[in-house]
Ligand binder design. Structure first.
Ligand SMILES: *Cc1c(COP(=O)(O)O)cnc(C)c1O
Length: 433
């Protein structure tokens, strides 16, 4: 079976996400036959390094034996069971272990099945909590340049125009406060002043502030100082507003600590996790929250205060098994420590990219690395040229506009790091001609 045949069969029937389908008149669609480690193989045997962890989900490589074995074992025992009225061991153990490793105070866990649905859960729970306490708070606060998913509620609190603009008339009440402009403590302090002014004026209407801790992913890998999180925690507490930490991208070691919130020493009222949760194997998400919030829903049925939100695949057993295997790898393989060394090595190798005249704002946070292409018109789509170049030379880079980033699986080795960076370097150099 050739790539071309697979591509034609695909295009006859599949409408792809985040894609102008007409682009595929000239842009090849890559059919993947199998994966192994950081490598993806197409139907003609070409290999690609997955430098973006397949949309930031993969932590320990494709077809990882430790995870595959556990998913297979779970499939033979129990693939799925309704999570209302019933439960299963993998869900229980996973909830216990996540509560153990997440910040203090997060003691109850609600399952969903993808990142956006976790955000919907957190928003609804926050609104509903206040309602159960006799307050009507209809407004959500989020940061400029934020991304929280693309279902209507999640899209409402996001601020990336590309995804949001078209649907504005459909969205729920929300308001943005400025994200710190850069990673300095001064920028954090200025952004906190703006947050305080907004909270002071409107806290009675605001249910929650939602943030992507430390790094805004889809907002072009924008990094800010942990002081902002510290300050935001203090202010939200003072004004009776929830803090929702969307750790869907940042969780599971991506920013250098298991969870980004740890770097500011804060505990949010809600924490949403997905993406790396199952090591990139299966869709699953969770929202962790506090006893205080849980208690506001706990009463006699007749009081009608229960949280009624459900997805068919809530707490899917195969996904829970993949998540447990993923947590085991963290425990057994000293991952965070090794990532610190790997991050330093990648950063060092990247320095030659910084020397290119069309590159600016090189940055990193843990296992996230990014830089911007300077002075190109967005309609020129130079990111797409980098993408094409990468494919030609065996690296899957998928730029966000004019931001090129690396977010590789943690198991990437030295030779693979070198190939990934050299290819990006050559791709960017080719642009400047
Ligand atoms: C990816 C992402 C989401 C949405 O998750 P999906 O599973 O794609 O719906 C939400 N928030 C952040 C920070 C993300 O990176």
């Amino acid at each position: 079976m050739s790539n071309e045949t697979m591509m034609q069969r695909d295009l006859a029937v599949i409408w792809h996400p985040c894609t102008q389908m007409k682009d595929h008149e000239h842009l090849p669609l890559i059919p993947i036959e199998r994966g192994e480690g950081v490598w993806l193989y197409d139907f003609e045997g070409n290999a690609y390094i997955d430098a973006i962890s397949s949309w930031w989900v993969n932590l320990f490589g494709h077809a990882n034996t430790k995870i595959s074995v556990r998913v297979a074992k779970q499939a033979r025992r129990l693939e799925h069971v309704i999570l209302a009225g019933f439960t299963h061991e993998s869900a229980i153990v996973l909830a216990e272990r996540l509560i153990e490793i997440t910040p203090e105070g997060l003691t109850k866990l609600f399952f969903a099945d993808n990142g956006s649905s976790a955000i919907e859960v957190a928003l609804k729970m926050s609104y509903h909590y206040h309602k159960n306490c006799g307050r009507e708070k209809r407004l959500f606060l989020s940061l400029t340049n934020s991304y929280h998913g693309e279902t209507l509620g999640a899209l409402s609190v996001g601020d990336v125009a590309l995804y949001k603009e078209t649907y504005k008339p459909l969205l729920i009440a929300n308001k943005q406060v400025p994200v710190p402009v850069d990673a300095t403590p001064e920028a954090a302090a200025r952004a906190l002043e703006a947050l305080e002014a907004t909270l002071e004026a409107e806290h009675e209407d605001i249910a929650a502030l939602i943030v992507e801790p430390l790094v805004q992913g889809a907002g072009n890998m924008h990094i800010y100082h942990p002081d902002y999180l510290k300050g935001a925690r203090e202010l939200t507490e003072r004004y009776g507003v929830h803090l929702i930490a969307d750790e869907i991208m940042t969780g599971f070691g991506r920013t250098g600590t298991m969870f980004a919130c740890e770097q500011a020493g804060v505990s949010p009222d809600f924490m949403a996790l997905s993406k790396g949760l199952t090591g990139g194997y299966l869709p699953l998400s969770v929202v962790l929250t506090t006893d205080e919030i849980y208690s506001a829903f706990y009463c006699d049925y007749s009081e009608m205060k229960a949280f009624l939100h459900s997805h068919s695949y809530t707490g899917n057993a195969l996904a829970c098994a993949a998540a447990l295997a993923t947590l085991d790898i963290f425990e057994e393989e000293n991952v965070l420590e090794q990532n610190r060394e790997k991050s330093a090595r990648i950063w060092e190798r990247m320095q030659k990219i910084a020397a290119l005249s069309n590159v600016e704002k090189m940055r990193r946070q843990g296992m996230i690395f990014a830089f911007d292409l300077k002075d190109y018109d967005p309609m020129q789509r130079v990111g797409l040229q980098v993408y094409r170049y990468g494919l030609q030379y065996g690296v899957l880079l998928r730029p966000l506009g004019n931001t090129i980033y690396f977010m590789p699986p943690y198991i990437i080795n030295d030779a693979e790091i070198e190939k990934m960076i050299d290819t990006a370097y050559e791709a960017v150099k080719a642009l400047s001609k």
